[in-house]
Design a protein around this ligand. Structure first.
Ligand SMILES: Nc1ncnc2c1ncn2[C@@H]1O[C@H](COP(=O)(O)OP(=O)(O)OP(=O)(O)O)[C@@H](O)[C@H]1O
Length: 583
């Protein structure tokens, strides 16, 4: 079953002078479902009709286009779990533009849906030499931009700025200038959206503007037991404009996320305090916090991490799926770097789970970021092995020594799910929990995070949550208590012994025997590949180089050298835009 579309791109082709009367080439083999739509169906040209919104695929024949005057319009669907690639590389892209000014993979577009009833978020990222323009502004390379309804996307502004001879050159090559118009899924239903907007600000009793500088949008990115996370903007526009040494103006609209949680009675904003002292590429960066004492709300303005959480990344249909060992290894390596940093700083996360691991883009080899420090603990003023006693966390990921207890959401904290009468799916519900297991007498240490990483790694490698059982609270607790792991199931068949051993050492019931992050980083599953992992980390994760997928790599082969990542296509032509007035 194909994934439903979460947004659309109208492909508009200006076919000026009727030269180069070529349609753009659709790379069906690699394509998401592609549908054409007639201009009549588009009505005024501004709205997509209902049958598209309802994902009724049957009415749209493949690759149908309509020519009207000098323009052709076709529709590209943006689907969950599929990054739409636009560019010049016939083998890799979903939408091919055979134009020398277009890069091999020029830009990518993807959609994130937090849960079934959320409004999808669609992002675009420029990876090109000559730039991707949204509403005539050039995007900063490698920075995701949150698309809004009717945004116009152009792959280069050359036709606005180039000399006539250059324009003729491109048209002779048979490439009519195309542009794309982004259509979001739900904005057609204005009543619905307005309703959500009104409901959110009223129901959550939150402000739209904070300290004159920060504006909160009604777009909900996600929510949990304690808070709602919404899109936010910083109002100081100068922050969005970068002037490059070349004199080029680059527009880098920064999207932020704001997590809004209820202030505790004693006004202790522990999450903010902990996050403000942390600075690590794999830990969520906080920019500003604001306590609204009148309405008991704490606002945490942070980076918006656009690839969704690991839970959504692994959830396909109604179950979790595994990812390759290589991909798991790259993610685990980053989580371990984050945990090692945290533990050295004397911070214990205490709620490490798929939902709290965020991806910078929904692709392999992306940077991950640990989020949700709502129940993290700062033990830096105590000894490293200080023991904690509060029962916290999510049972499925919770180390046995921590214990289990019921965690009720704050009575005033209405979730998006409640507002939209939905619930986040299956595996990760905040189920009611009972104190059915005795808390270990001696409390617990930072090692509880390593247990959770063991559970996360098990899920990544096999798609199975090791202690989930039949999903009931009792069975999870019972299974964690037993701590039995079954490596004989077929899901482990093709996974290296080292990986199994790694998981085994993290899921040790006895916390003293359990690996810490240092031992984990030195375990052969990681250390055998540490050179390559570090190279990937430096070149692909920390730097702003384009992300590369490592799809078909096997761990039995050495990981590729950086040369192998280079694209096979000849370099795209670097077009220096000329000031039209100078022509
Ligand atoms: N900075 C961010 N950028 C993008 N998405 C985010 C960000 N922060 C949170 N999210 C999304 O929102 C969801 C809920 O956020 P968070 O886990 O911080 O809330 P919570 O109420 O503390 O949840 P929990 O029930 O796990 O305690 C996350 O699972 C993630 O999908």
């Amino acid at each position: 079953m194909s994934e439903p579309s979460l947004g659309f791109l109208e492909v508009w082709q200006r076919n000026e002078n009727n030269q180069g009367n070529k349609t753009p080439e659709y790379n069906i083999e690699h394509s998401t479902t592609l549908h054409g739509i007639t201009t009549e169906e588009l009505g005024s040209g501004d709205s997509i009709n209902e049958s598209i919104l309802s994902n009724d695929d049957s009415s749209f024949p493949q690759q149908q286009e309509q020519q009207q005057g000098g323009e052709k319009i076709s529709i590209l669907k943006i689907c969950k779990h599929k990054t739409l690639k636009i560019g010049r590389n016939t083998k890799e892209v979903d939408f091919l533009l055979n134009d020398p000014s277009v890069s091999s993979i020029h830009c990518i577009i993807w959609a994130i849906l937090f849960d079934e009833k959320s409004i999808p978020m669609c992002y675009i990222k420029d990876l090109s030499l000559n730039g991707t323009f949204v509403n005539s502004k050039r995007l900063e390379r490698n920075v995701a931009y949150l698309l809004n309804d009717n945004d116009i996307i152009e792959l280069s502004s050359t036709f606005n700025t180039l000399s006539t001879s250059m324009i003729n050159l491109f048209q002779e090559e048979g490439n009519p200038h195309s542009y794309f118009k982004f259509k979001s899924l739900n904005l057609e239903d204005k009543c619905f959206l307005k309703n959500v907007e009104r409901t959110i600000f009223d129901a959550l009793n939150i402000k739209k503007i904070i300290n004159k500088n920060w504006e909160i949008s009604p777009k909900i990115i996600g929510n949990g037991t304690f808070g709602n996370v919404l899109v936010a903007f910083k109002k100081n526009l100068n922050d969005n404009i970068n002037s490059k040494p070349t004199g080029k103006i680059i527009y880098s609209p920064r999207n932020y996320a704001v997590k809004i949680v209820k202030l505790k009675k004693n006004n202790v904003d522990k999450e903010a305090k902990i996050l403000l002292k942390l600075n690590h590429p794999n830990i969520i960066k906080i920019h500003y916090t604001f306590s609204d004492i009148i309405n008991d709300n704490l606002y945490l303005f942070q980076d918006l991490i656009p690839g969704g959480d690991l839970f959504s990344y692994l959830a396909k249909g109604d179950c979790l799926t595994s990812i390759t060992e290589t991909e798991s290894l790259i993610l685990v390596y980053q989580i371990l770097k984050a945990l090692s940093y945290l533990h050295n700083q004397g911070i214990v996360h205490r709620d490490l789970k798929l939902d709290n691991i965020l991806l910078c883009s929904p692709e392999p080899c992306t940077r991950i970021v640990l989020a949700d420090f709502g129940i993290a603990k700062d033990i830096s003023k105590l000894k490293r092995n200080s023991r904690m006693n509060t029962i916290v966390g999510t049972p499925e990921y919770c180390a046995p020594e921590v214990g289990f207890k019921t965690r009720h959401p704050h009575p005033n904290s209405k979730s998006h799910h409640e507002l939209l009468s939905s619930s986040r799916s299956f595996l990760n519900q905040t189920c009611s929990r009972a104190n059915t297991i005795e808390q270990y007498k001696n409390g617990y240490t930072y090692k509880c995070d390593l247990w959770s990483l063991g559970v996360v790694t098990h899920i990544m490698l096999t798609g199975i949550s090791p202690f989930y059982g039949d999903g009931t609270e009792n069975s999870i607790i019972q299974n964690v208590r037993n701590g039995k792991l079954d490596f004989s199931i077929k899901h482990w068949d093709h996974i290296h012994e080292n990986a199994k051993d790694f998981v085994r050492n993290l899921l040790k019931i006895d916390a003293n025997e359990r690996f810490d992050s240092f031992q984990s980083l030195n375990h052969s599953w990681i250390s055998n590949h540490s050179g390559y992992l570090e190279k990937i980390y430096q070149k692909k994760i920390l730097s702003v180089l384009p992300l590369q997928t490592l799809k078909n790599m096997s761990l039995n082969e050495p990981l590729p050298s950086s040369n192998d990542w280079k694209r096979k296509l000849p370099k795209s032509v670097n077009i220096e835009a000329r000031d039209p007035e100078m022509q």
